[in-house]
Design a protein around this ligand. Structure first.
Ligand code: XMP
Length: 525
């Protein structure tokens, strides 16, 4: 196992993913974890991440005082990246100070000395790397040697081979360091002697074993399916482990996309053979949403209604089975459970969110269900790989994210006003289908239409119209936290706008949202 200690760098999770992509299992924990926690993972290698702090700042995060001694006496290899390198240097008695020249962005480094980490001679003596630091290691602790310098002469890589301590001032995990992956590969396999062998197939077998150990032979499990990738893959995995003792529910809340219910139910039943009860709760949801215009209020109402339905589903099952279901499956992913060292002032904190059905609200406190979270160590792309092994159809795995409150946050204002939902469904379908036809779907993180609560004047067939305006939104993103708007060719937009106005009665104007996140959010409400 390769353990990453997170000191708040925006790239920390990327290191974890890069290492996993080399078929080596890696986990990321807070950089200030106790030595006991670190040791409990029994790592062969510990990577100290970068971070936005200076080691001289009073509250700068650090590993436990006896960590480096522990690593040495247990034969553990340590690699410090950027802040991680500086921390190691400072803790061992070296000097870190503000660099004479700050180094940000692309930089050449020159390998020197008899390097261990750059022992792979294939990579050559000059490399392009990505730097991002103000402080630098000015005086190295005893036993360390410089094995690379930046073109400006600053320390770029250090090592103390005898103590198995290594440090890179640059970020090998980003694609702007073209040789970075190869350096990590060489470091892990050739320097540290790590062996590759972590595969999604093993994860699947291991998770099935864990579920079977956990869930007794007479116990039942419930799962709320949202139609999204995570809950579907989680349920399919649990079904493989315990078969019909899994009971799923899919709620049609009247806020789904065009033919969504039919489409996802077909996948659940025909492709995945999942035992799913479909509850049509359209009237229940829409009657509660009538007249509500506040976005947060809409979310709360939807969350509450969902809980009622889930509760009723569990009670019905209890009556049918003669006992309460004992477990609840959730599609929680690794990014939701990672403990991290957030940079100060960002408001980011460690959060272990127990997601209810696609985040729309909490589950009833008195339900007392124990959780099964088979995806909680995986990243989204790994969940997709797992889904593929579980035969979840590829187009399903590649679906764009869809928010829990559904079209309620895309019809601005009162969702029950006129036929806004029906109009939006048709517009959205035309937009998404056009994106698919143009072969753009997989290059876009999320695309959708928004129904605006305004009317504009138009002229259609020589007639003056006073009709609805719809907005098109398409964004690229890594994780939904930040996003940029997607640049369509004019011809594409022209075709889509024409198609929408010609085919959807009641719409006479189409606009495009060209704001990134921040300052906007992806959804409009
Ligand atoms: P925003 O609009 O906050 O969205 O930039 C970021 C991502 O989260 C989705 N989203 C939600 N998902 N419940 C969810 O399950 C919600 O209430 C919700 N609000 C936004 C959004 O679609 C995007 O992918």
């Amino acid at each position: 196992l390769v353990l990453i200690l997170d000191f708040g760098s925006q790239y920390t999770h990327l290191i974890t993913r890069r290492i996993r992509s080399l078929s080596v299992f890696s986990l990321c924990i807070s950089g200030t974890s106790s030595l006991e926690t670190i040791a409990s993972h029994n790592p062969r290698v510990v990577i100290l991440s970068g971070g936005p702090h200076s080691v001289h700042a009073p509250d700068s995060p650090a590993f436990p005082a006896d960590f480096l001694e522990w690593a040495q006496s247990n034969g553990v290899y340590v690699l410090g990246v950027c802040y991680g390198l500086q921390l190691m240097v400072q803790k061992l008695g070296g000097v870190v100070r503000v660099g004479e020249k700050q180094e940000y962005g692309r930089m050449d480094i020159l390998v020197e000395g008899s390097s261990g980490i750059f022992g792979n001679k294939k990579l050559g003596e000059r490399q392009v790397v990505w730097m991002s630091h103000g402080d630098e290691a000015a005086v190295l602790p005893d036993g360390f040697e410089v094995v690379a310098r930046s073109q400006q002469g600053a320390v770029a890589a250090v090592e103390n081979r005898e103590r198995r301590l290594f440090g890179l001032q640059y970020h090998p995990e980003v694609t702007h360091s073209p040789e970075g992956m190869e350096t990590l590969r060489y470091f892990l396999f050739d320097v540290c002697g790590v062996s590759a062998g972590w595969k999604m197939e093993n994860v699947l077998d291991e998770e099935i074993r864990i579920i079977n150990d956990k869930v007794g032979p007479e116990e039942h499990v419930i799962c709320a399916l949202s139609g999204g990738v995570d809950s579907t893959v989680a349920a399919t995995l649990v079904y493989k482990a315990i078969g019909d003792r899994l009971h799923c529910v899919f709620v049609d809340n009247g806020l789904l996309r065009y033919k969504e219910r039919e489409r996802v139910m077909e996948t659940f039943e025909k492709d995945l053979h999942l035992p799913v009860t479909c509850v049509d709760a359209t009237d229940q949801f829409l009657s509660k949403l009538k007249g509500v215009v506040d976005p947060e209020m809409k979310r709360k109402i939807i969350g509450r209604e969902f809980i009622c339905i889930f509760d009723a589903f569990a009670n019905e099952l209890e009556q049918k089975l003669g006992k309460k279901p004992a477990y609840l499956v959730q599609g929680t992913l690794y990014p939701d459970v990672i403990e991290s060292c957030p940079p100060p002032g960002t408001g980011r904190t460690h959060s272990h969110t127990i997601k209810s059905h696609h985040n729309v609200g909490g589950l009833p406190k008195d339900m007392k269900l124990k959780l099964i979270e088979p995806l909680k160590l995986l990243f989204k792309d790994e969940v997709r790989q797992l889904g593929k092994i579980l035969n979840v159809p590829e187009p399903f795995l590649k679906r764009h994210p869809f928010p829990g409150p559904g079209l309620a946050v895309r019809v601005l204002g009162d969702v029950t006003d006129g036929n806004a939902l029906d109009i939006l469904r048709l517009v959205d379908e035309i937009f998404i289908q056009s994106i698919k036809d143009a072969g753009l779907y997989d290059s876009i993180w999320q695309a959708f239409a928004v129904f605006l609560p305004v009317r504009s004047v138009g002229v259609q067939g020589d007639q003056r119209t006073h009709s609805h305006v719809v907005a098109l939104r398409a964004v690229t993103s890594q994780d939904g936290m930040t996003a940029d708007w997607y640049y369509f060719e004019h011809k594409f937009l022209d075709d889509v706008a024409r198609k929408i106005c010609n085919n959807v009665r009641g719409v006479n104007r189409v606009v495009q949202d060209i704001t990134s996140k921040p300052p906007s959010t992806i959804e409009w409400e």
